[in-house]
Design a protein around this ligand. Structure first.
Ligand SMILES: [Zn+2]
Length: 134
């Protein structure tokens, strides 16, 4: 992947993780350009298959495309930042993220978005006015 592609993905994201909405400017670990559909599943380096993600979201997502919805236990695809609208699938619940749909619930679970240390970081950023829900 070339620098221009990486910069385009970063700029498009507005500097926020496209999964958990964490702002890159206020965390120490640089974000990563990730393949929504992993190369292992035939995903390309095209902008339409790339997303900007924080380290935690990217590590938990890995090559996963789907997971089990914690509510229905049904196999459900993960949130696709290029095809899905964030607000339709997620909502803020204080410093936690909640899934509004099967896709949202599954993505929150597989990406471990509400691990205690992640919620604590979001709460700290919210308290300091550095994280605006939405
Ligand atoms: Zn994230």
């Amino acid at each position: 992947m070339d620098d221009a592609t990486r910069q385009a993905v970063q700029a498009r994201s507005g500097g926020r993780c496209e999964y958990c909405r964490l702002p890159e400017a206020h965390v120490l670990t640089p974000f990563q350009v990730e393949h929504v559909i992993a190369r292992q599943h035939g995903g390309k380096d095209a902008l339409s298959n790339l997303a900007y993600a924080c380290l935690r979201c990217n590590l938990h997502k890995g090559p996963n495309l789907a997971g089990l919805d914690p509510k229905t236990k049904k196999l459900t695809r993960l949130f696709h930042p290029r095809r899905h609208k964030w607000d339709r699938h997620f909502r803020w619940a204080g410093a936690e993220l909640a899934g509004k749909t099967d896709v949202g619930r599954t993505t929150v679970a597989v990406l471990a978005m509400n691990d205690p240390e992640r919620v604590a970081l979001r709460q700290e950023l919210l308290d300091q006015g550095l994280l605006l829900p939405g």
